[in-house]
Design a protein around this ligand. Structure first.
Ligand SMILES: Nc1nc2c(c(=O)[nH]1)N[C@H]1C(S)=C(S)[C@@H](COP(=O)(O)O)O[C@H]1N2
Ligand SMILES: [Mo]
Length: 311
């Protein structure tokens, strides 16, 4: 396990300027972000483009990013409502500060992080496809950091094989959590090697702005090669564990939602095909790509596994 020296944590003044940036600045151009390795330059790379401007951003396949308006008004977040177009209104004003995340279980250095501690890690932009199991997708320019960096800080012990994530339980602010049909809190999990893969990130922003409540503020997981439900929002607890965690969706419908949930056009959901998807903002369906287009990077994680059995 690689240890992250504390010198890698961003010093305070730089962090403060980033916070100013997160709060107020407009969208960044991808070039500005990618060119920036230091935070100072990162901040000076702001453009005048307003919210919703896509600033010509595309994913690596050349498809345009969805607008901020689309990303923040079509959401899955059952803690609020199952109505995708109603999440934004119900999540408005959700308390995201102060916020703490406890990271523990089978680790040498269990620790509770304030959200500010995590913002102090260097943030980078990742333009990822998000493919919902319901067969729609978006391209989203996230801001965040590799999950591996956070896990390295707590030093997983050799017995740790999986990572278990938990969403906040706050029924007084989350009306959907008063619906007892769901085994709240929302839980998700990854195998440790999946969690350590560079593509798995903790997102803290979108289009250079802080995350909106409907997108999982203040921090959520993003695992782009898996169906969207794995990308758990509003995380308060992360545990390194020895046995495979049971996610909320596995508990509810194990025949429909397995642990792995890797995007796979060849494995049909019991109630619909996964061969194609609708990109939000467009009409035409497009073929769904194995591992959501990230096969080259992540397929080796599953060498020798029957992906039809482990869906
Ligand atoms: N806690 C929690 N996390 C969640 C969900 C949820 O209902 N609750 N929905 C998931 C699903 S099904 C999808 S597709 C994505 C949607 O993320 P977005 O609304 O930011 O696009 O969030 C995932 N994370
Ligand atoms: Mo989803």
């Amino acid at each position: 396990m690689v240890k992250i020296p504390s010198s890698e944590l961003t010093p305070e003044p730089v962090y403060l300027s980033r916070r100013a940036f997160l709060g107020g600045a407009g969208a960044l151009s991808a070039a500005a972000l990618l060119a920036a390795c230091g935070t100072e330059r990162f901040v000076s790379g702001t453009t005048t483009a307003g919210p919703g401007a896509t600033a010509g951003l595309t994913d690596e396949l050349g498809d345009p990013a969805n607008s901020l308006d689309q990303i923040t008004n079509y959401n899955n977040y059952y803690e609020f409502t199952t109505d995708k177009e109603g999440v934004a209104r119900l999540a408005k004003g959700f308390t995201t500060s102060p916020w703490e995340v406890s990271v523990g279980g089978l680790v040498a250095q269990p620790r509770t992080f304030g959200f500010e501690d995590l913002l102090a890690l260097e943030q980078e932009e990742r333009i990822y496809r998000l493919r919902c199991v319901e067969a729609w997708s978006m391209v989203i320019p996230w801001l965040g950091f590799p999950l591996s960096r956070l896990l390295a800080l707590v030093e997983p012990r050799p017995e740790a094989k999986f990572v278990r994530f938990e969403t906040v339980y706050r029924p007084e602010e989350m009306p959907g959590q008063r619906d007892r049909h769901y085994p709240w809190p929302y839980v998700e999990g990854l195998r440790l090697d999946e969690a350590m893969h560079d593509l798995a990130i903790v997102a803290t922003g979108i289009y250079g702005h802080a995350l909106t409540p409907q997108n999982g503020a203040p921090l959520r997981l993003v695992v782009p090669w898996k169906y969207g439900f794995k990308s758990i929002k509003a995380i308060v607890k992360i545990d390194l564990v020895e046995t495979m965690p049971v996610s909320l969706w596995m508990a509810l419908a194990p025949m429909e939602y397995g642990f792995y949930a890797n995007v796979n056009p060849d494995v049909t959901h019991p109630r619909w095909s996964q061969a194609s998807e609708r990109r939000i903002g467009t009409r035409a369906r497009r073929p769904t790509l194995p591992f959501n287009g990230y096969a080259e990077q992540v397929a080796p994680l599953y060498a020798g596994m029957d992906l039809r059995q482990h869906y």
